[in-house]
Ligand binder design. Structure first.
Ligand code: PMP
Length: 407
């Protein structure tokens, strides 16, 4: 794409400038975590050097500054996902904790015996197991939504499952194992028509394209900062204000209370009701810096660049005998998942690593999906905006080498 300069973006990421095992690093494990631009590293460091204090408590200047930066970061996130109000943005440790918050607070209060939660076969364990735990506590049921051989959600089967027992649909916007971009806006409309709420797990989406929670129409949205070029340990639960207001607290402790007494404790207002304990202040500051950084990037052009790299990779993959792509979704956010005859995914991964190429191998926390696709695991190369054509060439040189060795 002529208007997108991946080399300029790449230059902003210090970690990508190194050699690994004697070769320039080719980082293709972006679905697991993205790398951090200098601006994010600097923001975290500056925060600790100049403003560090606990938030919302102190009367002193540093505490004021830390609180201001922390709350400004919340505003940044609210704007980034087009939330109506920053009170709808709850800080969590990541997507996993955000989903668990809803599973503990909303689900345990609202699920009745016989109720159902629907979640597709292609879901990450983080969007399956919390619902299984909540369902077990409430005598409810988690029912999988069928997925095609291509790795796409079967919408007709989904429609057929939407009856009065369904209270919640939990679905990822992008599959971390196959890259499938799911029609979550349409699924939300279908679920709402059947009287169910919808949680969209955006962990894999936010790093690839702009998200608008109001346009999606969903009820909850979750993501992790570290897949958005920000730090680990910080993430977001977005929820509709009326739902969050009606939900009981998740964790108890400081910050989430209004008054505490042994005769009865009252809870803080949103969003603090769900934020017990000292939060990851530097993490929020770092995530805001990542969003600021992305403001300077044409994200539509970046996504087109990723699409082009993926298309190059898939074309080369289809020309290799004995290489089998796992999933062929029509809409794919930068993921190439495959197996190769005669070689174990982890052997391929190790051989690639020896050449300085980082990919992921295994079940990618999607064991039901691996079962559905009929493979024990895959090799997964996942692209981001700072990858280049040379990265694709290096990957395939490595794959050919693996095939010569094992094939
Ligand atoms: N959902 C999806 C689709 C994911 O890819 C991941 C991370 N692999 C998660 C949830 C969990 O994110 P985290 O580990 O950052 O909480």
């Amino acid at each position: 794409t002529p208007d997108f300069n991946a080399f300029a973006v790449r230059a902003d990421f210090p970690i990508l400038q190194q050699q690994v095992n004697g070769q320039p690093l080719v980082y293709l494990d972006n679905a697991a975590t993205t790398q951090k631009p200098e601006a994010v590293i600097q923001a975290i460091s500056d925060y600790y050097r100049t403003d560090n204090a606990n938030v919302h408590r102190g009367v002193h200047t540093l505490s004021d500054r830390a609180t201001h930066r922390f709350e400004q970061a919340r505003e940044r996130v609210a704007g980034f996902i087009n939330s109506r109000d920053s009170r709808e943005v709850i800080w969590t440790r990541g997507a996993t904790e955000a989903i668990n918050l809803v599973a503990y607070s909303w689900a345990r209060q609202n699920l009745r015996p016989g109720d159902r939660i629907l979640t597709p076969w292609l879901e990450h364990h983080a969007d399956i197991v919390p619902w299984q735990m909540a369902a077990a506590a409430c005598d409810a049921e988690v029912v999988p939504i069928p997925v095609s051989d291509a790795g796409e959600i079967d919408l007709a089967a989904f429609e057929a499952l939407l009856d009065e027992r369904v209270r919640l649909v939990a679905v990822n916007q992008v599959s971390n194992a196959l890259g499938t971009i799911n029609p979550v806006q349409q699924m939300t409309a279908m679920a709402h028509a059947a009287g169910a709420l919808v949680l969209v797990d955006g962990a894999q989406a936010v790093g690839h394209f702009a998200v608008d929670v109001q346009a999606l129409g969903c009820d909850f949205y979750t993501f992790s900062g570290h897949k958005l070029f920000g730090p680990t340990g910080i993430g977001v639960l977005w929820g509709r204000e009326a739902l969050l207001e009606a939900m009981p607290p998740f964790l108890g402790g400081g910050e989430m209370i209004e008054t505490v007494s042994f005769s009865g404790t009252t809870y803080n207002q949103l969003p603090f009701k769900f934020e017990a304990g000292t939060p990851h202040i530097a993490g929020a500051v770092g995530l805001a810096a990542a969003i600021d950084y992305l403001d300077g990037i044409d994200r539509v052009a970046a996504a087109a660049h990723e699409d082009r790299l993926l298309a190059m990779a898939l074309a080369q993959a289809d020309a290799i005998d004995g290489l089998q792509r796992v999933g062929r979704p029509a809409h794919n956010a930068g993921i190439f998942s495959f197996v190769m005859q005669g070689s174990h995914p982890s052997d391929i991964g190790m051989l690639l690593d020896q050449q300085g190429i980082a990919v992921r191998t295994g079940h990618h926390c999607t064991q039901p999906l691996m079962e559905r696709m009929g493979v024990p695991g895959t090799v997964r190369a996942s692209f981001s905006m700072y990858n280049t054509e040379e990265d694709v060439e290096r990957l395939f040189a490595g794959i050919h080498k693996a095939q010569a060795l094992f094939g």
